[in-house]
Design a protein around this ligand. Structure first.
Ligand SMILES: CC(C)(COP(=O)(O)OP(=O)(O)OC[C@H]1O[C@@H](n2cnc3c(N)ncnc32)[C@H](O)[C@@H]1OP(=O)(O)O)[C@@H](O)C(=O)NCCC(=O)NCCS
Length: 191
């Protein structure tokens, strides 16, 4: 089942990053990476075409309280996000029904790709999910074509559950891979 999540007041730190809730003042930083063609498209959404569109999504992040902003410590700039999303309960087996689960989704400004920053951010969010929220399992679904996202899931310790078809926000269905990390996997990797 989907566990309740409210990230209000959350402040997570990794070596290079801070993860915290989004604020209205993040609009320019958010728009700067969300407007770049080819970034959102890897995650199933279309790059933003105006500041107003970014403001609408930012307002949604603020009100829904499940998406963390990724802040570069060195500059204070918001360079991406990690959402702790509801997962699709129809896509996985009955064994997950009694468990507390969520699914993560992430995006990083193109300028920052290839520095290992998202694995850092995801590890910080997993620590929060397992040690603070006490979740039993965290899922991560990536489009099959999205090699770089699948590498992040692999490198942070997710294991493959099944193949599935996922809808995009531009009206198509695409082949995807569902991966999972269980609480025991987390306990094993951090000891
Ligand atoms: C997926 C994403 C978050 C990865 O973040 P990151 O901080 O660059 O991750 P890493 O530095 O660990 O790199 C992951 C892989 O990306 C690939 N990669 C690295 N630099 C790259 C670049 N400049 N361009 C394309 N791919 C690159 C490599 O295959 C790397 O794997 P490796 O470490 O085995 O070489 C980022 O590419 C992104 O925001 N993509 C668009 C949104 C998206 O795909 N979201 C996921 C939806 S499930």
């Amino acid at each position: 089942m989907n566990a309740a999540v409210d990230i209000t007041g959350v402040h997570l730190e990794t070596e290079a990053l801070i993860l915290r809730s989004f604020e209205a003042a993040d609009l320019q930083d958010f728009h700067a990476y969300a407007r770049v063609p080819g970034v959102g498209e890897l995650a199933g959404w279309v790059h933003h075409s105006s500041l107003e569109e970014s403001k609408e999504i930012l307002d949604m992040f603020i009100s829904e309280r499940k998406t963390l902003a990724i802040v570069e410590k060195k500059t204070g700039r918001v360079i991406g996000s990690v959402g702790i999303e509801p997962y699709d309960e129809t896509c996985v087996g009955d064994e997950y029904r009694p468990l507390k689960c969520r699914e993560i989704g992430y995006v990083l400004s193109r300028e920052y790709w290839g520095q290992g920053l998202m694995p850092q951010a995801v590890t910080g969010v997993l620590r929060y999910c397992f040690e603070e929220l006490q979740l039993d399992a965290v899922f991560c679904a990536c489009f099959r074509r999205n090699h770089q996202s699948r590498r992040v899931a692999e490198k942070t310790g997710f294991r493959q559950v099944c193949d599935l078809m996922l809808p995009t926000m531009y009206g198509t269905q695409e082949e995807a891979v569902l991966t999972v990390m269980h609480r025991e996997d987390w306990a094993g990797r951090s000891s």
